[in-house]
Design a protein around this ligand. Sequence first.
Ligand code: C2E
Ligand code: FE
Length: 406
Amino acid sequence: MIKKVNVGEICLGMYIHELRGNWLEHPFWRKSFKLDDPKDLQKLIHSGVDEIWIDTNKGLDVTAVMVTEPAKESEFEPAKHEPEPTKTPLAVKKQISFDEELVAAKKIHTKAKKVVTSMFGDVRMGKALDVQGAVVLVEDIQSSIERNPSALLSLARLKNANEYTYLHSVAVCMLMIALAKQLKLSESQARQAGVAGLLHDIGKMAIPNQVLDKPGKLTDEEFNVIKQHPQRGWEILKASYQVDDVALDVCLHHHERVDGRGYPEKISGADLSLFARMGAVCDVYDAISSDRCYKKAWGPAESISKMTAWREGHFDEVIFHAFVKTIGIYPSGTLLKLKSGRLGVVLEQSKKSLVTPIIKVFFSIRANMYIPVEIVDLSKGSDSVDSIEDPFKWKLDVDRLQGIVE
Ligand code: C2E
Ligand code: FE
């Protein structure tokens, strides 16, 4: 059946029968085609197309069914290089507020830390990897992100240098799921991405602690040892017989770069899978925005702006763009000065624009005093961003102000 759908309803696996709109003079689009490349999906979403007609006999239909069934055995069969087309389009699920989700998100974050610390600890001691707990955990994370992505993503920032390797894995898992959602991958693909994120650095458990936790710059020799972690991780995962090819691929290739200057295999561009390219972006963002044993964290907004400067050659453009859309230019936890002379911390992104997040305002610079807390949605236009501020300069604990720690 040929039917018209909204741009928000399209997903991988649909057969595009016809597109209508001014921009269609662009030679990029064929008249009819199967939508199976995530890059095409992103281009289509951002193209400003007026009308999309799909053929449900040749591809997927729009469905309002909630996808709640657990992972099927077949999802753990070897995956192809690129993800399978979406079997069931993502349904619109109930969104709740940041504060409402925070309670559940805190429990999930605590559980995640326990599961990963024990799983990675077992591997460090030479025990076999058991990923069963991890798969259940990823489903909890996925549900929380569906309800409100900002709550869990805010908690992902909370880590000290000692617990970095474990909580970095948890954070990359969360970022991968949120990015998969932004890229409109299916629910099972998002779950695969999450498991892959959780396990991507498992190979660091095969690296001696004195190198991994060295409180300073590594020598070339030490860095060569660290550079073995993708291959060592791949071997650990392969030996477990419990993970799919997506996790194996992300583990081996998360340090590759699109210009072929990464490691271990120096693979470039389109030869890198979508999931590996996603892993590279999520990994670097969380690494540079976290306190490390060898250097202090950059703030969330500063991290995004650094990555924007380095992105060429390192990251896939389309994926990086989708990543910025996922977490924002002013990600949750960023301290902002507003044109009104007030300070506020970003809680979450607004639907309208990347430059108008929802913030918790608490301080007046003019009066030099705390003011009653107010939640301001900058997309409503009552105020706007003047500058990004350094919490250290203002002696402020943004985590406490944001309400993510007691
Ligand atoms: P990691 O800390 O999880 O960092 C992951 C990746 O984030 C890095 O991969 C790099 O691409 C990016 N990254 C992290 N910090 C910076 C930074 O300050 N600037 C830039 N441009 N990129 C950054 P990479 O470089 O292959 O490092 C792999 C792992 O090696 C790191 O994982 C970390 O565990 C270790 N490592 C790297 N440099 C040092 C160091 O100077 N001291 C110590 N102790 N470990 C290091
Ligand atoms: Fe790594």
